[in-house]
Ligand binder design. Structure first.
Ligand SMILES: Nc1ncnc2c1ncn2[C@@H]1O[C@H](COP(=O)(O)OP(=O)(O)OP(=O)(O)O)[C@@H](O)[C@H]1O
Ligand SMILES: NC(=O)c1ccc[n+]([C@@H]2O[C@H](COP(=O)(O)O)[C@@H](O)[C@H]2O)c1
Length: 249
């Protein structure tokens, strides 16, 4: 029997791009083709404001843009749990929270109090898709650059990496200039849990990044077809990313 999986992408989404959405599609295709997993949902979890990364705009705006982008998406949902915490939360805790909540909810057959915020990101027809006996695994969906950041001294605790890869698992999308097999080979922890790391090769190379989108916006260059139209309208409406009085459609 296939294991039910939710793919969770945690990041800045500053702003959300079409590549963020595409990551979910190619990851789901890949996992289904492998035959071992049943991807029952996708979750986008934008980082808390306190993460404080350069140029990070408020979570309110980032959440609103994601909501707009997902209006026509029938399987990827927004989770605002991380963004609404008191402060920044480690990725390990985010994965654990989502996995615990969904499994408790499934076991209880609706009889526990799941708060509104958590109900929002759960897949539709979750009981039908999983029944009560099949535990859902929440896997971290990320790009190769995020995996590479595991090697930045002091950024990730070893026990967090071990829990993320060992208890959840990674689905990693290739990115230009990152040699994933070599990076994994050089890490004892990643090699130990190799079976839990799925590398998804994006053969249709696409180097859209939020950094490039912000740069284009600052320079009044068009970002159409790189981010969803509704997100462009929102950026225009609130003059975000230095896009005042510019033509970005
Ligand atoms: N073009 C891409 N290819 C593969 N993964 C990507 C791509 N763009 C973003 N991602 C992944 O999406 C997740 C969310 O990333 P984040 O919002 O930090 O995106 P980003 O576009 O890399 O941001 P920034 O450019 O601001 O650093 C991360 O795991 C990141 O690796
Ligand atoms: N120790 C950790 O759990 C840890 C460390 C660094 C980044 N992250 C997460 O990685 C994501 C992407 O961050 P960057 O955009 O800075 O690469 C963010 O969601 C951030 O919260 C987690």
């Amino acid at each position: 029997m296939r294991t039910p999986v939710i793919l969770l992408a945690s990041g800045c989404f500053n702003p959300l791009t079409n590549m963020h959405l595409r990551m979910f599609e190619i990851a789901r295709d890949h996992l289904h083709r492998m035959g071992q997993y049943d991807v029952i949902g996708g979750v986008i979890s934008p980082v808390h404001d306190a993460y404080g990364k350069k140029e990070l705009i408020s979570a309110t705006h980032r959440l609103n843009m994601i909501k707009l982008a997902l209006q026509d998406n029938d399987w990827v949902k927004l989770s605002d749990w991380e963004a609404k915490q008191e402060s920044w939360t480690r990725t390990r805790q985010i994965l654990q929270h989502h996995q615990n909540v969904i499994n408790a909810y499934l076991k209880s057959e609706n009889n526990i109090n799941v708060n509104e915020a958590d109900l929002n990101w759960m897949p539709d027809n979750i009981h039908k898709q999983c029944g009560t006996n099949r535990g859902v695994v929440v896997k971290l969906l990320c790009g190769a650059d995020l995996l590479e950041s595991f090697g930045t001294p002091g950024l990730w605790a070893d026990e967090d990496i071990e829990a993320i890869v060992g208890e959840h698992g990674l689905v990693v999308i290739t990115r230009l200039n990152v040699n994933l097999p070599e990076f994994i080979y050089n890490s004892d922890i990643l090699t130990k849990y190799l079976a839990n790391i799925m590398i998804v090769t994006e053969f249709i190379r696409n180097e859209i990044s939020s950094t490039k989108i912000r740069r284009a916006l600052r320079r009044s260059e068009s970002v159409k077809y790189l981010i969803p139209d509704k997100v462009i309208d929102y950026i225009n409406k609130y003059s975000l990313y230095g896009s005042q009085n510019t033509k970005i459609f």
